[in-house]
Design a protein around this ligand. Structure first.
Ligand code: SF4
Length: 361
């Protein structure tokens, strides 16, 4: 039986079983209580690369500060980054901001419902377009993320090479998506199954509402499908961040434009090792402003993509007479309003405990 025939045979059974399960088992997430495309778009952007439990508070704060596309478009970029601070992958925040401005300019602030317009927005790839169009407008659009690749690979016992799995999953997802109505519920149900039952390492097949139609389970392949992507070997990096205090203020430097975490603020940080050209792209080997190191305040770990960072937090004393252009003295009590890197939050915790964490707690 071809995959297409199999999809046709399974389709109605899968849809019935999965949707019935989703209706009773879905998590109560705040963006599931709205059909506002703007609010759904923000949730989808935040949930990429970030756990849903973390997203809930960020999403509520973001929507409170920027309740509409127009409010987001009118904001300064540093305000948007400050609210994003701690979520990582800051490109997402910059893209949201740029897309909001484009929506105001071209669509009078109304989130577009035409697929070709949604797909033109900065940062909106096929997944996000499918999610917003299907969930907010119930358009018959498919979507594929890591959860969907995993679920479909198991349903159909597809052993695709990691490089081909996404393209295969898109084809199947398009065949399975209900039309003309019901795509939003279906897509969410598919992702929910992947997130809560059909998990990467140990799928809970005993609790699965579609176990009876799952080829991988029948063949005993659920633990090995889909094939994992080969992982990049981690690069070990050692950094030193300096906490320089003066009159209830601390010294911050802004990350350079165009690189990782561009425009965000951090404690002055240098890279101790490795000192090769590849690692030096993350942090400079020398500071722009001379700082003399003092007592060690602690050591913490941090990860940036495949870099495994050992971060030493040290007191420092500024030696220079004037500040470089992208350095500032910042009131400790105002730090939560600045767009800090995730690592800066860890430095704060090491140096001052929870009192001066970046988020409003
Ligand atoms: S039966 Fe198991 S492997 Fe198959 S979809 Fe359900 S949880 Fe995933």
């Amino acid at each position: 039986m071809s995959r297409t025939e199999l999809a046709a045979t399974k389709r109605s059974d899968l849809q019935r079983s999965l949707l019935a399960w989703y209706a009773g088992a879905k998590r109560d997430l705040p963006w599931r209580r709205t059909r506002d495309p703007y609010a759904i778009w923000i949730s989808e952007a935040m949930a990429q690369q970030t756990r849903v439990e973390v997203v809930v508070d960020y999403w509520a704060r973001f929507l409170e500060r920027f309740p509409t596309v127009s409010a987001l478009a009118a904001a300064r970029e540093d305000e948007v980054l400050a609210l994003w601070s701690g979520l990582g992958y800051y490109r997402r925040a910059r893209d949201l901001h740029a897309a909001a401005r484009l929506i105001v300019e071209r669509f009078a602030g109304q989130f577009p419902s035409a697929p070709e317009h949604v797909r033109e927005l900065p940062g909106v790839g096929p997944y996000t377009a499918g999610a917003v169009l299907s969930i907010a407008f119930d358009a018959p659009e498919a979507l594929v993320d890591g959860n969907v690749v995993r679920v479909l690979s198991r349903w159909f016992a597809k052993d695709a090479a990691p490089s081909a799995a996404q393209a295969w999953a898109w084809e199947v997802a398009r065949e399975l998506v209900p039309a003309p109505r019901g795509a939003g519920e279906w897509n969410q149900a598919l992702m929910e199954l992947g997130a809560t039952v059909c998990s990467p390492r140990v799928p809970d097949c005993a609790a699965c509402p579609v176990a009876h139609a799952c080829a991988a389970r029948e063949l005993g392949l659920q633990a090995v499908l889909p094939r994992p992507k080969p992982r990049k070997a981690p690069v070990e990096v050692e950094l030193v961040a300096f906490v320089v205090e003066r009159n209830s203020k601390v010294l911050l430097e802004q990350r350079p434009a165009g690189g990782r975490m561009a425009g965000l603020w951090q404690f002055p940080t240098v890279q101790k090792s490795p000192r090769g050209a590849r690692a030096a792209k993350l942090f400079p080997l020398e500071l722009e402003c001379e700082i003399r190191g003092g007592d060690e305040l602690g050591v913490t770990a941090h990860g940036i993509t495949h870099h495994r960072i050992r971060l030493v937090v040290q007191r420092g004393t500024m030696r220079a007479r004037s500040l470089p252009a992208h350095w500032r003295w910042v009131e400790l009590d105002a730090l939560h309003t600045w767009a800090l890197t995730g690592m800066a939050a860890k430095v704060l915790a090491q140096a001052f405990g929870r009192k001066h964490r970046r988020t409003r707690e």
